[in-house]
Design a protein around this ligand. Structure first.
Ligand code: ZN
Length: 406
């Protein structure tokens, strides 16, 4: 994987060696720290103490220009790393993949998904960047939260899709999620002006500042619409009652779709609004009863995409992709990559550890989807490759045989 990343991305020279920090007289190179942390994620070690236990691994000799430092030094130095070069490193990966045509559009559109994510919660420890809330029992809980943007791409028939974690923005104390989301989009749109046409988001983002921000930057929004009190919702609902639905399907579900374009009932939004509703039904056979049981679900989305830009079916497919950031992003980062672990409780360190996790994630998934041949990938789960990588970091030259067992 590292060989692939060096060949395709020039990972060491174009990404790792460009990371800087604000120590005045560093004894340990920043590159060494970045390499060590990427390895923590790739081999899913889960803590800096576990990293310390791998010091004698053969792997380090070929990957580092020196010996591995202590867990404490790794945490301390990451806290002084500059976030900007890490973001530029992620951008460099994107550029190379885009140039190699590895990031195809989804249903004719370039799509990104945005969502908030909480990374850590504690009753005992807090830092200057901690958010806080009072729980039902009256206790104060400290936590960190960020808004993350992920680029979604299509998967050709012979390989999985590549999804790239592009950037994140932490919530500052006292701040709601909208302001950091707009800061994040402002920065990402400056760096990636043509990476996506439409942003998917949950119902929290069905608000005019978010939609107008995207429209004013030439981008479109597709958000879940839940607020039944909203005029737009009521307007659309009035039309559903009169219109016969379109028949359609999503996955193995049969659907009834209503598509109401050109709604003018939200004058604060600087563009035409369209509401799409999907009533979906399917059957499941639970293990316990083995009886076919009908299931239904209902979705309503609000979008600025016109009928010419995306047909009803595309809106429904894109709407469901909003879950990709949960299923393939946050869930995998938390459960697979231990990315919500507090490697060092300090605001700068938390941001940089997460950006390093994004970098590691993007390299791993590019390697998995684009470099492994289909016949090598076939019959082997992603977990297999994760374990294979972990095995490399745990392989030490030879266990000491001194002191024979009794
Ligand atoms: Zn904190």
């Amino acid at each position: 994987m590292i060989g692939y990343a060096e060949k395709i991305f020039h990972l060491s020279t174009r990404v790792i060696d460009r990371v800087t920090d604000h120590r005045s007289l560093p004894r340990i190179s920043t590159s060494l720290i970045v390499k060590a942390v990427l390895t923590v994620y790739w081999s899913r070690l889960g803590s800096l103490n576990s990293l310390g236990m791998t010091r004698s691994a053969k792997f380090w000799k070929s990957w580092l220009d020196g010996s591995l430092c202590s867990a404490d030094s790794v945490g301390r130095i990451v806290a002084s790393v500059d976030a900007a070069p890490l973001r530029q490193g992620i951008h460099h990966l994107y550029n190379r993949l885009k140039r190699n045509k590895a990031l195809p559009d989804l249903h004719g559109l370039a799509v990104a998904v945005l969502d908030g994510h909480e990374t850590s919660a504690s009753y005992r420890r807090c830092c200057a960047g901690c958010l806080q809330r009072t729980t039902g029992s009256g206790a104060i809980q400290f936590y960190h939260r960020n808004v993350t943007l992920m680029l979604l791409c299509a998967s050709p028939s012979d390989r999985p899709a590549v999804r790239l974690l592009l950037d994140l923005e932490p919530l500052q104390p006292g701040e709601a999620e909208l302001a950091p989301a707009l800061r994040l989009l402002e920065r990402v749109l400056a760096a990636y002006p043509r990476a996506f046409d439409v942003v998917l988001a949950d119902a929290y983002y069905a608000v005019e500042p978010f939609i107008n921000f995207l429209l004013s930057h030439g981008k479109q929004a597709l958000v879940v619409l839940k607020d039944e009190r909203r005029n737009t919702y009521q307007d659309a609902a009035g039309l559903w009652a009169q219109q016969p639905p379109q028949q359609g399907s999503y996955d193995s579900r049969s659907c009834h779709w209503w598509d109401v374009p050109d709604l003018l009932s939200w004058p604060e939004v600087q563009g035409a609004i369209r509401v799409v509703r999907s009533e979906e039904s399917w059957t499941v056979k639970p293990q316990l009863t083995k009886e076919l049981t009908p299931q239904t679900t209902s979705w309503v989305w609000l979008t600025t995409l016109s009928v010419a830009q995306a047909r009803t079916e595309q809106i429904v497919r894109l709407g469901h992709l909003r879950w990709d950031i949960e299923n393939h992003g946050f869930n995998e980062l938390v459960n697979g990559w231990h990315a919500d672990h507090l490697y060092r409780h300090q605001p700068g360190a938390i941001e940089c550890f997460l950006l390093l996790a994004f970098l590691a994630y993007n390299v791993f998934h590019a390697f998995f989807a684009l470099n492994l041949k289909p016949e090598v990938r076939r019959g082997r789960t992603m977990e297999f490759w994760v374990r294979l990588i972990a095995a490399v970091i745990h392989a030490i030259p030879r266990f000491s045989l001194t002191g024979a067992p009794p």
